[in-house]
Design a binder for this molecule. Structure first.
Ligand code: ASP
Length: 437
């Protein structure tokens, strides 16, 4: 069975076993030994531990991978000033797709009205954290200490530092060439580590999803069905229709291929609910399966994982209208425009980890003059939606990287069109190496 299919099978098996365990825990007497064994031995023991180790290993690779691939990407562009145009197109497309995403979320929610008739629960209480001023956010992009930035996983700062190193390498003559070649070797090694992790993914994904579905209550979904399904519908529409349309119009490439090749990344995004933890897999897929050059992939994908969150923006659009409807507030045109603006900014500021989209939602509500406690209404169903919106977030990064690469003549069409490119991750590499040996 191919690696992707094994990962997908592990997903289904994890969801099934997790749901079974949740059901079992409900019917077994809580005082029974079996109950304690399932809860403490399996769910909070084995599956939780394996899942956490898997996420830690993914995160481990993020900083080294972003550093080496950006430095290699920058240095392979040579002394040309193409980086400016790549950066401009990438950021432009990220902003455009996010604005479209919020607008879609808002429009669908206004049309469907998921919040009309929903009672405000008395227990709703949520305390918003104060948002840092915009000037700080800007200044914080520039690192004062590269090691601190890496240690804290401050991705924007790491990106800025790597760009600077890559740029300096291209201008440092022989010394630059020597170090650039060292980084190219390092990239092969880090990519190998990503390959090894992908091979272990079926186990990691299985453990993560079993634990999640064993502890995730689905009861609240019934109360919030209208919100849940409106949001899910818009997420699917954006992920499957908007991106594919954009790719087709701007590049003429067959979008079906991109979707087909993204399945492995989706499995990671769904089970980790973190575009940050998924980044190593997104980057490897974009480079090796979609054929995007190192310079574009190394820049667009890490940047996208940090600032491009269309799924999060859609959630914020739908949630704002939902909360306004629950509290009986009619949103004016000006308020809606404000929501588009702040949700775009908020999704940029959302960290690529589980659940942060809900925290930045408070900012959007505040700007629109809506009660921030409204966030409490949707917390119950957020985890599952977070998993799906993370899939949309990573699809956006891959689509934009492919479009930019195509426009900049940095796309290897042969790889894009080859259904077997990096099909089996490192399994394939080792087989080829073995055969060659
Ligand atoms: N979990 C999302 C991500 O990592 C962010 C969010 O919307 O909470 O992409």
């Amino acid at each position: 069975m191919s690696l992707t299919n094994r990962i997908l099978l592990a997903m289904v098996a994890g969801i099934a076993l997790g749901s079974c365990l949740e059901w079992l825990m409900g019917v077994i007497d809580p005082a029974a030994g079996l109950h304690a064994f399932i809860e403490n031995g399996l769910i909070l023991g084995l599956f939780d531990v394996v899942g956490r180790i898997f996420i830690a290993s993914l995160k481990l690779l993020v900083v080294p991978l972003v550093m080496v691939s950006l430095i290699c990407g920058m240095s392979s562009l040579g002394t040309s000033s193409r980086m400016g145009s790549i950066a401009g197109r990438t950021i432009g497309l990220y902003l455009l797709t996010t604005c479209v995403a919020v607008t879609l979320g808002l429009s669908a929610a206004l049309l469907i009205g998921p919040g009309t008739g929903v009672e405000v629960m008395a227990s709703a209480a949520y305390e918003a954290k104060a948002a840092p001023p915009l000037t700080d956010t800007l200044v914080n992009i520039f690192p004062s200490n590269p090691f601190k930035a890496m240690a804290e996983g401050q991705m924007l700062q790491v990106i800025v530092f790597a760009l600077l190193v890559g740029f300096a390498l291209t201008r440092a003559g022989e010394a630059g060439e020597r170090i650039a070649s060292w980084f190219r070797d390092m990239e092969v090694i880090v990519m190998k580590m990503v390959g090894i992790l992908i091979e272990l993914a079926p186990y990691g994904v299985f453990a993560l999803l079993t634990k999640l579905f064993a502890t995730m209550g689905f009861g609240t979904i019934v109360d919030l069905a209208a919100y849940f399904f409106t949001l899910l519908g818009v997420l699917l529409f954006h992920g499957l229709v908007v991106y594919t349309g954009l790719l087709k119009i701007l590049t003429g490439l067959n979008p079906g291929i991109l979707l087909q090749k993204m399945r492995r990344v989706w499995a990671f995004a769904f089970s980790t609910a973190s575009s940050g933890a998924t980044l190593p897999i997104t980057l490897r897929t974009v480079e090796k399966r979609l054929g995007v050059s190192k310079s574009v992939a190394g820049f667009s994908v890490p940047l996208g994982a940090t600032i491009n969150m269309d799924g999060t923006a859609i959630m914020q659009g739908v949630a704002t209208v939902f909360i306004a409807q629950v509290y009986g507030v009619d949103l004016t045109g000006g308020q809606l425009l404000m929501v588009v603006l702040t949700a775009t900014l908020a999704s940029i500021g959302t960290a690529a980890v589980p659940g942060v989209g809900l925290i930045t939602l408070a900012l959007v509500l505040q700007q629109a003059g809506l009660p921030v406690e409204g966030v409490a209404l949707i917390i119950g169903v957020d985890r599952f939606l977070d998993m799906v919106r993370t899939m949309v977030n990573v699809t956006g990064d891959a689509t934009v990287a492919t479009i930019v690469a195509h426009q900049e003549s940095e796309l290897d069409r042969a790889i894009y069109l080859d259904p077997n490119a990096d099909h089996d991750g490192d399994l394939e590499d080792s087989q080829t190496t073995g055969a060659a040996a």
